[in-house]
Design a protein around this ligand. Sequence first.
Ligand SMILES: [Fe+2]
Length: 246
Amino acid sequence: MSNKKPETGAFFQRDRQWHPPAYTPDYKTSVVRSPQRALLSLDNTLSEITGPVFGHALLGELDDDLIHNFAKPGESAIGQRIIVHGRVVDERGVGVAGALLEFWQANAGGRYRHKREGYLAALDPNFGGCGRTITDEDGYYRFRTVKPGAYPWPNGVNDWRPAHIHFSVFGHGFAQRLITQMYFEGDPMIWQCPIVKSIPDKAAIEQLIAALDRQNTIPMDARAYKFDIVLRGRRSTLFENRMEGN
Ligand SMILES: [Fe+2]
């Protein structure tokens, strides 16, 4: 647990030029999910600036290892082995200690382990697709997984999601809660995706793309991708229109 003093002040307004608008018709479900009336602006109260505190006792031994946390003893998930790591920082660039990160993803073939999944790609019996970890004193996190595959989804006639990992982040207050997605450097599918294209600013999209990190690659084991996350404020990572699924 962190010995640093937790954040107690009010948070900045979310920058709505940077985050995608709620209503983006090319992303079909945004039409029915977006507000139909003008938003109300409310002052921060204790309900927004406080939140649950998470300790490492919460975590299981393999929670940050998706290659093994669903696998049979002695076996492992199929796919390209990767390390995903980075820092969770606040709008001033200060590391957020004790933040809970939860992540979920499709397997290496692009298939989710979900009863409503409709894609033909095979399930991997050794891959569940969920994990979690908590940031250290400096806001640093790290987990191990396989690189997810791209998958089709029912939006337009033939839309495919780029390879991505979903993130949920709990910082120090409910107003810092962030749901986002991480993409992979060099993937041409990113720029064809209707969900990605709902983000108006190219720089904001690039903030969601993890960089291939040769420095932290483990020889003969795993490549590394670096993904930093900014909670709230002008440079914050994008907040998704939709909480789960695609
Ligand atoms: Fe997804």
